[in-house]
Design a protein around this ligand. Structure first.
Ligand SMILES: Nc1nc2c(c(=O)[nH]1)N[C@H]1C(S)=C(S)[C@@H](COP(=O)(O)OP(=O)(O)OC[C@H]3O[C@@H](n4cnc5c(=O)[nH]c(N)nc54)[C@H](O)[C@@H]3O)O[C@H]1N2
Ligand SMILES: Nc1nc2c(c(=O)[nH]1)N[C@H]1C(S)=C(S)[C@@H](COP(=O)(O)OP(=O)(O)OC[C@H]3O[C@@H](n4cnc5c(=O)[nH]c(N)nc54)[C@H](O)[C@@H]3O)O[C@H]1N2
Ligand code: SF4
Ligand SMILES: [Mo]
Length: 704
């Protein structure tokens, strides 16, 4: 922290620069420098010295002070006075809020604590304001566990079966790759600092290929764009493997020494001819063959190829298998021999955390029954009665760091669940979101500028520390403090409930490991960030953290878990090929990837950012529009058996024929019809990991 006095005529102002971290669910986890003048944050900038941030922030966070000092910030606890969902509240004191909540939870817990469910995700990715004190509270209570699947669990499972921990190519190597495949990601919107390095690679001659059903902002700027149908990536990877094997682009030495099950893979791949794959994916067989040849030839030249695999491939029935199949590719051609070669899905597996201590795992009652609720199916689960199979009906839901009424699939079910009069709902928030409208009690939480935190990330390899820059706004409190107060009111006396945020920050990472030993919490707070000490080329000699230590083309664990042990293709639940009768009614596939100026549903209420996005849009191919009598700018209704929402049509061949795209995630209350795209998405889960299938949806579109 740097403090200096600036003397302007007549007034002495203190100006401080505070080291902070962007808390949002974004792989870049930027290092921030916050300028504070007389206790007010006046500017948020990227740290120029942090290698991956390099002084640049996205437009959303460059305007962070607009969010922190937003006139709609929640500044006092609120009690609902209107109907659920109506949004009518009155201010109450913290004392009344905490007492009301504690009494209600005590009553429910006395019958069965499993009827109480936490609901949280990555509104902040901080390890302190995420699941530290909250985890302790729910563990001590003996509440239901929440399976936090809404984003990355399908791919996490597919990656783990194949390669082990979520460790991949270091993003700081990107510019050295000679071939970069951006597979199911739109980095200009959602991984900006990776994209900067892609541009650098491009300038020095690298070939850049995007694989995406939609010509996204990023796909548009690549040398090649392969626009396959959603949910068919696993098949494309099988086709690539077929060509790599049949045309012998293999690194035989790498395959022999560092992989498992090549002979079985070879047999299986014989079935996946480029013609068959082309048919499944809705592309040409030349596209399949040439992609494999580009990939194989890069390796044969001794050059690194990098696959940046992202979330677009995971949000479908076979999302886990897609990640698994793609993860097999680098080992076949030996791409892992290069620092800039391989695949980057997530870097999160590199961090050494003290999760059990931080979250108080040992506090869970020894004799207590356990139950896990999958956050993806919260709609159905809120509507379930008690049963032997399900356990007790959900009676209380404590929501923090998430906005389920807007972001969870099959939204009308979610809203119906939240509207249950007998459900007790508490929402910890910065703003009166769609979810907060359904709360019995709303509690005002602090933002990143107002609290302490420690951050791991999924896009780079730096541990990060966030110092509080300013005092809490109004009566807002950090999540940790709110759970501390609740713990006290519930009579939890363990010393861990008294630990300060700084103590929690100090516990977040295990600093007694070869990756972390070079630093400690005090240093991290002063310096802001510190890189994990890890091999530059992690898998040059295998050393995968799978049971065999190899890249597992054949996985016994998958067989044991009831899955196909070899790479295969699992079709979408909803596609013309997999469900022709459904497609007769709803012929168009719909995807809803993030809009550039929003972060999931965060920032939708920041006027300047919302103005840039305009209103909810649907991108539609001119052919699909013509057959429906739809013209540019028309208001349309998008619908299926689960629900409908309205949007303004943009005719564009960015959406391939047969596909519509609704960039997301809008707050329902900012849409003219009070609805968003999740009215149409479904609660069915992925092949592995229990993840959501947001991009596995058939719809019909009509002019309003
Ligand atoms: N600006 C911004 N940044 C964000 C977010 C945000 O909301 N806004 N969200 C954050 C979060 S939570 C996450 S998880 C990440 C997401 O990170 P990414 O997955 O990198 O980002 P997206 O922008 O979602 O890109 C997904 C792309 O996949 C495409 N896609 C959809 N279905 C398929 C498919 O079946 N196959 C293939 N190959 N592609 C498909 C979409 O058209 C889209 O262009 O981004 C994070 N960063
Ligand atoms: N249709 C469709 N739906 C999707 C997706 C999609 O691509 N399409 N993407 C999915 C993905 S990848 C994800 S990750 C989820 C994201 O879903 P969520 O994790 O729910 O993310 P957000 O919508 O950003 O909501 C986070 C909320 O946390 C609040 N918050 C932030 N910091 C704090 C804090 O310190 N304390 C408290 N109490 N609150 C805080 C913010 O104000 C915000 O309202 O959405 C999923 N939903
Ligand atoms: S949202 Fe992502 S790119 Fe933007 S400042 Fe945060 S970490 Fe950086
Ligand atoms: Mo996500």
């Amino acid at each position: 922290m740097m403090t200096f006095m600036i003397l302007s005529p007549g007034i002495a102002m203190t100006t401080q620069i505070i080291r902070a971290v962007c808390p949002h669910d974004c792989p870049d986890t930027c290092a921030l420098l916050v300028t504070v003048k007389d206790g007010v944050a006046t500017e948020v900038k990227g740290d120029p010295l942090h290698p991956t941030t390099a002084g640049v922030l996205c437009t959303k966070v460059a305007r962070y002070t607009e969010r922190t000092y937003h006139p709609d910030r929640l500044l006092t606890p609120l009690k609902r006075v209107g109907k659920k969902g109506e949004g009518k509240f009155v201010a109450i004191s913290w004392e009344e809020a905490i007492t009301t909540i504690a009494q209600r939870l005590q009553k429910i817990a006395a019958k069965n604590p499993l009827a109480i469910v936490p609901y949280s995700y990555a509104g902040t990715m901080g390890l302190v304001q995420g699941e530290s004190m909250a985890g302790r509270f729910f563990n001590k209570l003996g509440a239901s566990f929440l399976d936090r699947t809404i984003c990355a669990s399908a791919g996490g499972a597919g990656y783990a079966y194949t390669l082990g921990d979520r460790i991949g190519t270091d993003v700081e190597q990107t510019q050295n790759a000679r071939l970069i495949i951006i597979w199911g990601g739109n980095p200009i919107a959602s991984n900006l600092h990776f994209w900067t390095r892609v541009q650098e690679a491009k300038r020095s001659g690298a070939k850049i290929i995007a694989i995406d059903p939609y010509r996204s902002l990023s796909a548009e700027k690549c040398h090649q764009h392969i626009a396959l149908m959603p949910g068919t990536d696993a098949a494309l990877a099988l086709g690539m493997m077929h060509v790599l094997i049949s045309e012998d682009w293999l690194d035989h030495d790498y395959v022999t020494n560092y992989t498992l099950g090549f002979e079985q893979l070879k047999q299986r791949m014989a079935e996946w001819t480029p013609e068959r794959v082309a048919e499944v994916c809705g592309i040409t067989s030349e596209e399949v063959i040439n992609l494999a040849r580009d990939y194989g030839a890069t390796a044969k030249r001794g050059e690194p190829s990098l696959i940046r695999m992202n979330y677009g491939v995971q949000r479908v029935h076979g999302g886990g298998m897609a990640v698994r199949n793609i993860s097999c590719l680098p080992a076949l051609v030996g791409a892992w021999r290069h620092a800039a070669g391989g695949v980057l899905l997530s870097s999160s597996g590199g961090f050494v955390k003290n999760t059990a201590r931080l979250q108080g795992t040992a506090l869970f009652p020894q004799a207590g029954a356990q139950r896990t609720i999958n956050m993806t199916t919260i709609g159905d689960d809120l509507l379930r009665e008690s049963s032997a199979e399900f356990g007790p009906q959900i009676e209380a839901l404590i929501v923090y760091n998430s906005n389920p009424v807007a972001i969870a699939p099959d939204s009308s079910k979610v809203a119906q669940g939240f509207a249950r009069e007998d459900l007790f709902t508490v929402v910890l928030e910065h703003f009166q979101t769609d979810t907060a409208d359904y709360a019995d009690i709303v509690l005002p939480a602090t933002t990143q500028l107002e609290h302490v935190d420690a951050h791991a990330t999924y896009g780079h390899r730096y541990m990060m520390a966030n110092n509080a820059a300013v005092a809490p706004m109004g009566e807002a409190k950090p999540n940790t403090e709110i759970f501390r107060l609740l713990a006290k009111a519930m009579g939890f006396t363990e010393p861990c409930f008294a630990e300060s945020d700084d103590e929690l920050g100090a516990q977040a990472f295990n600093f007694d490991h070869e990756r972390t030993r070079h630093t400690n919490w005090e240093q991290l707070k002063q310096q802001g960030w510190s890189k994990l000490v890890m091999p530059e080329v992690p898998f040059a000699r295998g050393q995968f953290s799978t049971p065999s230590g190899r890249c597992e083309f054949f996985s016994q664990q998958m067989l044991d878990d009831g899955l196909d042990p070899l790479p295969t293709y699992i079709p979408p639940y909803e596609s013309p090929a997999s469900n022709p009768s459904l497609a007769a009614k709803y012929p168009l596939a719909m995807i809803s990837p993030p809009a550039r100026n929003f972060l999931n549903s965060t920032f939708v209420n920041v006027q300047s950012l919302r103005d840039t996005e305009g209103e909810p849009h649907l991108d539609m191919h001119p052919q699909d529009a013509a057959t429906r009598g739809i013209t540019q700018g028309d208001r349309v209704r998008i619908f299926n058996d689960r629900g409908s929402f309205e949007a303004q049509v943009r005719l564009t061949d960015k959406a391939r024929a047969g596909l519509v795209v609704g960039l997301s995630i809008w707050w329902k209350k900012f849409a003219r019809d009070g609805k968003n795209v999740n009215e149409l998405t479904n609660q069915r889960t992925t092949d592995m990991g229990g993840g959501p299938t947001f991009y596995d949806v058939l719809v019909q579109v009509e002019k309003v």
